[in-house]
Design a protein around this ligand. Sequence first.
Ligand code: 26Y
Length: 821
Amino acid sequence: ETTPPIATPEHTVEGFVRQYLRELTYTQGTTLERASVDDKYLALARTARAYLMSRWNRTVTQQYRQPVRGVAYLSAEYLLGRQLDNALIASGLEDIAQEALASLGLSLDELRAAEVEPGLGNGGLGRLAACFIDSLATMNIPAIGYGIRYEYGIFRQTFVDGRQVEEPDSWLDHGSPWEIARPEQEVEIAFGGHTEKTTVNGVERTTWTPGWSVLAIPYNYMVPGYLNGRVNTLRLWSARATRAFDLKIFNYGDYAAAVRAQTFAENITKVLYPEDSTPQGKELRLQQQYFFVAASLHDYIERLLGEGFDLRRLPERITFQLNDTHPVIAIPELMRILVDLKGLAWDEAWEITRKCFAYTCHTLLPEALEVWPVELMSRLLPRHMEIIYRINDEFLAQVRERYGDDEMLVRRMSIIAEHPERAVRMAFLASVGTSKINGVAELHSQLLREKVLTDFADLWPEKFTNVTNGVTPRRFVRLSNPGLSALITEAIGDGWATDLERLRELEPLADDAAFRAKFREVKQANKHRLVDLLARRDGIVIDPDTMLDVMVKRLHEYKRQMLKVLHVVSTYDKLRTGELDPASAVHRTVVFGAKAAPGYKMAKEIIALINHVGARVNADPVVSQALRVAFPANYNVTVAETLIPAADLSEQISLAGKEASGTGNMKFALNGALTVGTDDGANVEIRQLVGDDHFFLFGLTEPEASAIQEAGYRPSAHYEQNPSLRHALDLIASGEFSGGDRSVFEPIVSNLLYEDRFMVLADYQSYMDAQERVDAAYRDQDAWSRSAVLNVARSGFFSSDRSMRDYLDRIWHVDPMPIEG
Ligand code: 26Y
């Protein structure tokens, strides 16, 4: 190290207090007496950061000194959640912090509540990226995450008359103590313009003369490994206007117009697009994608060139992992760098490029696959469009060579679609331009090969692999469930948080009545924490002495929140008519949490329906003795951290073959909830591991659902044949939940009766039966907690550390590099 060593603050209460007062006084510029809650939180965040800073520097220094193979994760989303708690547990400081603050008359709980979570993602895919970088740091892997520093993350959801209203999430309002800007490492990113072919010494070269450009400013975030001294980096890019851009415009003399024009450039990283399954083909979104990918490749490659590295050996040094198709424009960008800027021959550059990239697909829905109009791509990135055409030409030549002139096949496999308009199929570009393609759960990877990328799997079977998703046990057990964590440690010692398969050692304790009693106490305490949160945050009153039945995830028809609503409505009906006795029924609280994409009409109608049904159920003096509905607005990572540990029942009820994996399902099982679920995504693997006796399976299998669809699915037949289903739908249609207005929920009901793309009606009876089995099982609390303990003990597989191990073995082949000192 060239800097003289500066002591990290001491790992003692006194050391913490000293650093805290220093931050409060010198950085925050206030005093304990005068400080606002925000001041106090910021000083605390900076104190935690100070402890990690020297580790961060050490990590960077040691990696410079000893360059090794690494991985770069390219993701348009990182749904990080709050940083403070994670920083404290990663550095072993929670107890010290608690005590230190108490000695100053401050409460850690109060201050941690002041943190606004960075919601830089939509849902599963973004949260997965956050879990993965946590695991990579914890496993000592040289890794960097690249992404976008959105000024506004996923919108804040509120309800007005039960309907979703979106508000901006201005998470940076008070500044973020967790980021460090590196404006001196800016990268200029070009767009538009035209290309020219020139011949230099008989060699044809293409030059791109862009029309405009913006600056990408990197902001670094710490990604601390758990108690291992490593701190990796997450580098998020923010857009700024270039100085040339400023000058040109300012010279026109219209100062106000010039300042306005400047914001044009800065719009690129203004907001996260809240659609997570139907791409809108928005120009700004393509700008975002190219912006962060080009900045990231440039950043990484320039660093290597600084070492005197030979780019021909790039695949030996790095794998760029593409998180879905969002960063796939990186493939032509690397080709452009190697061919146009570095002068490599096309074939050599192509070989290098393919070896450097790997692609993860997260969907099965055809409408979720990104496609960019050729018109747009040519205008925004003319050189990339040419490169894509050439990649496609050479690829289709290979297809013809292999299969002969099968024009149907060639058209099917072409990276360029011809209908309804000429467009680039990003998933196909990813399939051609990478050396590995993976799905995110066993079933998903199988269906990916058999249904989505069939022709590619046929051509290159060895390219395809599976890596089942996972979740970080640090955030989703250690941090979010301290009660269960203490109980586990008491039973099997520590070490499980980084070696989650050790939870198996809990299995014998499932048969230990004393342990089960303690387990129930923890669950009960977690329910009380949730009661407090919902009361404080939402003014919602829930009863901790009821079964907590939870369905939290983005709102999508394929996830089938509607099926859960039908169960609620049907139960309401039975309680009201006396078919079910409210006194002897199992008492349930059904909790929903879900955001809908702002333009997704049906999803928003379903949100309104849930709220209206909930209001009716909760207001009914008879029904509400046995059934209550809670739908806290703005479900996010922070809410998940209190909600999941309190849950008894986890709802994972998508139509089989539609949910790629799911990761909430894993979090619930790990926290001792039982699952009612279909044979879909990672549910399949959860059920295999925890065992059929401890999982409530229902519904069609994927082959069954496909067969029915092919034969012609008629949802109204179920309505006609099933009186209970008919009652439930009729009740919704009757205006029971809309103040007598029959028109309000008519679109939902008609959609179910005449379309029902996701076969809600086909699975209705099976779901109702499963819920009866749930009730019966819940009546035997001792048996239920035995199952719950077994869910915990057998879910160690779903650690994202295991996912990372699989990526390392099957795709990345990177060795750990522990940090010394
Ligand atoms: C193209 C744009 C509209 C878009 C933006 C975000 C498309 C998709 C997404 C996000 C997708 C997503 O979150 N997928 C989920 O990924 C999880 C992690 O692999 C899976 O567990 C989950 O099943 C899948 O729906």
